[in-house]
Write a protein that binds this ligand. Sequence first.
Ligand SMILES: *Cc1c(COP(=O)(O)O)cnc(C)c1O
Length: 392
Amino acid sequence: MQEFDQAADRFSALTRAVRSGIDTDPANGAVVPPINLSTNYSFTGYAEPRGYDYSRAGNPTRQVFADAITALEGGSGTVITSSGLSAVTTAVLSVVTAGARVAIPHDAYGGTWRLFDNLARRGYCELHTVDFTAADTAAARLAELQPDLVFLETPSNPLLRITDLTRMSAAAHAAGALVVADNTFCSPLLQQPLSLGADLVLHSTTKYINGHSDMVGGSLTAATPQLAEEISYFANVYGCTGGAFDAYLGMRGLRTLHTRMRAHQENAAAVVEVLLAHPAVRAVYYPGLPEHPGHELAARQQSGFGAMVSFELAGVAEVKQLLPALHCFTLAESLGGTESLISHTATMTHAGMTEEARKEAGITDGLLRLSVGIEATEDLVDDLRTALDAVI
Ligand SMILES: *Cc1c(COP(=O)(O)O)cnc(C)c1O
């Protein structure tokens, strides 16, 4: 068995993540850490547990995955949860007490908004929505609200608005709040919110981290050992931890995240060129474009612009012409997998919002969102261009 773990400090976070758990199997020297499906672990004797006792509380397969994410996010510890939303649940229920004031983005991920809305309706917290992309107004609002928890998400969905994590974390801390950041759209490779001031960072590992659209999972990483201990305790208390098989799939995906992300981003940049050049396209939303209002901020706080791209056609009639003409973009929700996807925001991901709320969030009936996959660039470009030509 390699003494990799002992020597790990001199390796980069990326190498430590790729090699998490490699050649650490004492039984057989399995190079890839085996999946530990066992529910329970034997005690060596009276009151002598080994490292693990029961898989809800702790599981070796989940730990390998957690260690890799901790390395990439630069945190002190990670809990692997059963979904991205159960990571949000763990974060909130670990740090919030009855009557706490919570501030979330006005355009938060729909499931996140629904979770907080339900908690507020049941009296567990007092909920406030804030436009964190308007930094000055948002900072003043936080000073006035004095929230206990500030939840940030950047880039936002579907318009890819950018929030200044450093500025908003500082404003939240000054107001006495703890900061949680949803880093799903960037993955830990493109953005590390803990280094910008967040206290907790979470992922829907369902998306880029797993990257193959074949499991649902989440992660929650803490900046300090004390917070890491608390979230780990409460994830077990609330029963939010993830299954071993899902952790295995997530870890298998994570080992290639950096190579996939490179291909995703190259393809996204090529797709954006097609969209910009086509007369059927009314607007393109992509933080890599210099005219995007969050471009400079994204260039500063992210190490890449990601592979999520939204664009607008004139209306529903044009959307209905485009969709059947596409063959390399599947009409489906979710994101971050190897396959390219297209979704119609108003009738799919944001169908739960009222028409008025959609209008307020800037979501028109002609808005489409792409999760650009890792297929051959020329195929994606040709497919999209040909389909756009079918829009008259
Ligand atoms: C998908 C998603 C979630 C929720 O994650 P699940 O794994 O679906 O529970 C949270 N935040 C963002 C930004 C997401 O895209």
